[in-house]
Design a protein around this ligand. Structure first.
Ligand code: HPA
Length: 292
């Protein structure tokens, strides 16, 4: 049994409600991370729908997240943008916070771009670097908190989806090409993102462990959305904006805080938006996409 509001039929009803509220038929979905809501402001002829007005949708509670869907076109491509996402630490079940991915799929979305702010674990990373996600480590998943836990409706996707190709290779290559053309190569990285539940930031010992485990950046989002999007057969591309370097040294006086996360977003917002919009401009139609 799916929880109320999360069944196949209810996700479809939410998508149909949205499609009847807008003329846009999105093929691209964008999820804006903390301090990166400006991406949604790039959409032409924007149409805004508040989460609180959408049947079955959770509400966004985080400072720096607007809490609305924005429909419009980006470089001529029909898009839907989540201006504000949902996190485990807000107290929602993981199945609820990933519901928008299934709604996106029902609306016709083929490719999803996700952004987040993350702490740099890799010692070569600097504040303001942009990291392309090559792979992830789903820490809540290790403890059984995976969005696909529970009964599997095969109409959404298979019971045991593959995750070795979670982050689309062609899109990662396209990002490298576009970044090089824009002159962004100096601050572009590619690495592994690890997700923790939050909301407390990591201890020094936890950061040391995560780094040893093979992660380059740590955050509190994105992975659960990618898992559900891949389960539904959508292509995923994700970027982390390195908003701080995590503390790994017991002598350090530095302290992670949410304000620096938002500040890093403000500093790099323009370049991050340019990178994403230039990639969207070059997207090919994905012929392999099968709708539910
Ligand atoms: N840790 C976890 N999440 C984050 C961080 C961090 O250091 N920075 C931005 N999001």
């Amino acid at each position: 049994m799916y929880a109320p509001g999360e069944s196949y039929e209810e996700c479809r009803a939410t998508a149909d409600w949205l499609l009847s509220s807008t003329q846009v038929r999105p093929t691209v979905g964008i999820v804006c991370g903390s301090g990166m809501g400006g991406l949604a402001e790039m959409l032409k002829d924007p149409q805004v729908i508040k989460y609180s007005d959408i049947p079955n949708f959770p509400r966004s509670t985080v400072h720096g997240h607007a809490g609305q869907l924005v429909f419009g076109t980006l470089k001529g491509k029909p898009c839907v943008c989540m201006q504000g996402r949902f996190h485990l630490y807000e107290g929602y079940p993981v199945q609820k916070i990933t519901l928008p991915m299934r709604v996106f799929k029902f609306m016709g979305v083929e490719t999803i771009f996700l952004t987040n702010a993350a702490g740099g674990l890799n010692q070569d990373y600097k504040v303001g670097d942009i990291m392309i996600l090559k792979d992830h480590i789903n820490m809540p998943g290790f403890a059984g908190n995976n969005p696909l836990v529970g009964p599997n409706d095969d109409r959404f996707g298979v019971r045991f989806p593959c995750m070795s190709d979670a982050y689309d290779r062609e899109l990662r290559q396209l990002a490298q090409e576009v970044a090089s053309e824009l002159g962004y190569s100096d601050f572009l990285q590619e690495g592994v993102y690890v997700m923790l539940g939050g909301p407390s930031f990591e201890t020094i010992a936890e950061c040391r462990m995560l780094h040893k485990m093979g992660a380059d950046a740590v955050g509190m989002s994105t992975i659960h959305e990618v898992i559900v999007a891949r389960h539904a057969g959508m292509r995923c591309f994700a970027l982390s904006l390195i908003s701080n370097r995590v503390v790994m040294d017991y002598d350090s006086q530095e302290k992670a805080n949410h304000e620096e996360v938002l500040e890093a977003g403000r500093l790099r917002a323009e370049q991050l938006q340019k990178l994403v919009s230039s990639m969207v401009a070059r997207l090919e139609h994905n012929n392999n996409n099968n709708s539910f």
